[in-house]
Design a binder for this molecule. Structure first.
Ligand SMILES: [Zn+2]
Length: 79
């Protein structure tokens, strides 16, 4: 079970936090949950669940899409 925490950065600080699932920038309300043995940062409970159930088991820890992912997408999409 995760918990909500506040980003305690002062207004003049640039402390950027990003959701580990969808990459969205998180300004104030951070959802923290331990997934796969590490405490992780998410934008909400839905992203924590998606990360736990799909991203981590299917894609792994530090997955990044391949550089040519848009070429692959263009080839596979129905015109
Ligand atoms: Zn997210």
């Amino acid at each position: 079970m995760g918990r909500w925490v506040e980003n305690d950065a002062a207004w003049y600080e640039q402390r950027m936090l990003h959701c580990q699932c969808c990459g969205r920038m998180i300004a104030k309300h951070i959802y923290r949950e331990e997934v796969g043995g590490a405490e992780r940062t998410f934008c909400g409970e839905e992203c924590a669940q998606l990360y736990r159930d799909y991203v981590l088991p299917e894609r792994g820890e530090n997955y990044r899409p391949p550089a040519d992912v848009m070429d692959l997408y263009d080839r596979l999409m129905v015109k």
